[in-house]
Design a protein around this ligand. Structure first.
Ligand SMILES: *Cc1c(COP(=O)(O)O)cnc(C)c1O
Length: 226
């Protein structure tokens, strides 16, 4: 089941790229495997998945030793500063930097390990009370503030759009984030290289691709309901 669903999502990505004049190789599919057993992750791996997304540090630590080491692990969930030490060096990208304090902590732990950790700034584009993330208009200042941190690389922006029936309702938010992404790309700052726009989930990834997403995070569509 995972194999077929993974392939179907890949095909839908290709078609969304065709519709919007983009190249499929410019959109990375992250298989969001939170709560799912290692056996299902192995199935997705066999189908070709190499990027996996998890939202809990503990789950990453449990799963990664059980799986091939060419997998790229993505931390996509809210990250507490006291758990940073455990994920730095294990994940290829932290999508969920939602405070300057967290960025400083990731920088500090990365410096101890003598590595540079790529991170995305999470933006609460729709300004939902229940969601983490910076407001759109805070981002230029946040980037100024953290560009002095030499052990993180600010690689782009991420958003979790509202849960909606009709994906079209989220187009406005994806458009806004892409506009900010383009603006921030042209603004040169140290330790910043804007190349990743992480947006779109099972319900709305095609609209997100049409609006410029370079990474989509799909869970239910591949692994089934949680
Ligand atoms: C769970 C989760 C996803 C995947 O959601 P689906 O609707 O199952 O595709 C994507 N991004 C984040 C941050 C998540 O926590």
């Amino acid at each position: 089941m995972v194999t077929e669903q993974y392939q179907q999502i890949k095909e839908r990505i290709v078609r969304a790229c065709e519709r919007s004049g983009r190249r499929p190789e410019d959109v990375t599919l992250i298989a969001v495997s939170k709560t799912k057993p290692v056996s299902m992750l192995k199935e997705a791996y066999e189908a070709g998945a190499r990027d996996f997304g998890e939202n809990k540090v503990q789950e990453i630590l449990e799963k990664y030793p059980e799986l091939p080491d060419d997998i790229r692990w993505h931390m996509i969930g809210h990250l507490q500063t006291n758990k940073v030490r455990q994920v730095v060096g294990k994940v290829c990208l932290i999508h969920s930097v939602d405070t300057v304090k967290l960025a400083r902590e990731i920088d500090k732990e990365s410096a101890k390990k003598e590595i540079v950790t790529p991170v995305l700034l999470e933006v609460n584009v729709a300004e939902e009370e229940s969601k983490f993330g910076f407001h759109l208009d805070e981002i230029p200042n946040v980037i100024d503030e953290i560009s002095s941190l030499s052990h993180i690389l600010v690689s782009g922006l991420m958003t979790i759009a509202p849960f909606v029936e009709d994906a079209e309702e989220n187009r406005q938010f994806f458009k806004k984030l892409n506009q900010l992404f383009i603006d921030m790309k042209s603004k040169k700052a140290d330790n910043v290289n804007m190349s990743v726009l992480s947006m779109g989930m099972t319900g709305d990834f095609e609209v997100a691709i049409e609006e410029g997403a370079t990474m989509v995070r799909v869970g239910t569509g591949i692994f089934g309901a949680r």
